[in-house]
Design a protein around this ligand. Sequence first.
Ligand SMILES: O=C(O)CCC(=O)C(=O)O
Length: 261
Amino acid sequence: METIPAATATSEEVARRLTRDGYVVITGMLDSGGVQAAKDDLERVLAATPTGRNSFEGYSTQRVYALFAKTRMFDLVATDPLLLGVLDRVLVHYQLSAPVGIRIGPGEQAQVLHRDDAIYPVPEPHPPLVVNTMWPLDEFTQENGATRFIPGSHDWAPGRTPGPEDAVRTAVMSPGSVMFYLGSLWHGGGANRTDKPRLGVILEYAAGWLRQQENHCLAVPRDVVRRLPERLQELLGYNIYPPFVGYVDGAHPRRVLSAGP
Ligand SMILES: O=C(O)CCC(=O)C(=O)O
């Protein structure tokens, strides 16, 4: 798969490829120490995380919801300057929507291909509403459940769905890489035909005027949010979509963090 090394990637180039192809992979975003630390901390959380409740979540797959309540390992990742630079260009005003750790267990079936932005009843075609980023913490291979996707499918005519004629590719990637993909790109988790799990984290962002998939203002305790950098607080939902979508008692929601319990 064609990739861009983080050292030479610019937000212009990443945004250009993302909007042209529906996806783009950047290598070398995290070093091996950062990957290992994130993996170790997620293993702690996964020890108490159940498997999925339906075939979409995956009966042999664990999902770490409320990620920012459970680990501090993605605070810097979620506010990475290249990542935010790309989002500035593609979504302009945005927030975290669905950050989730996903460990696909041995024997898991392939997830149905889907579009992340299909949950929002906005008529197509529409400008980008959702940008997702997949951060592999294990090698992502053809065999162990690497994300599958259909290049260019973000641009399909309204109503078109994947058929046998559509070439599905596999996001074979190493830990430390990131795959950006648009919410309109058809994709899904792969089947895991190995005897080891596949761990990755999605940090999904949505336009600032949409409802976040996960309600982080309720999911992440307020005294945890108070200790986070302001940009991350904003991304979790303590923000306004101009001029005043999201106010609290007539004021910026950030005031809630400096006041009361
Ligand atoms: O785990 C993956 O590779 C993708 C998962 C996904 O697309 C989803 O759960 O919405």
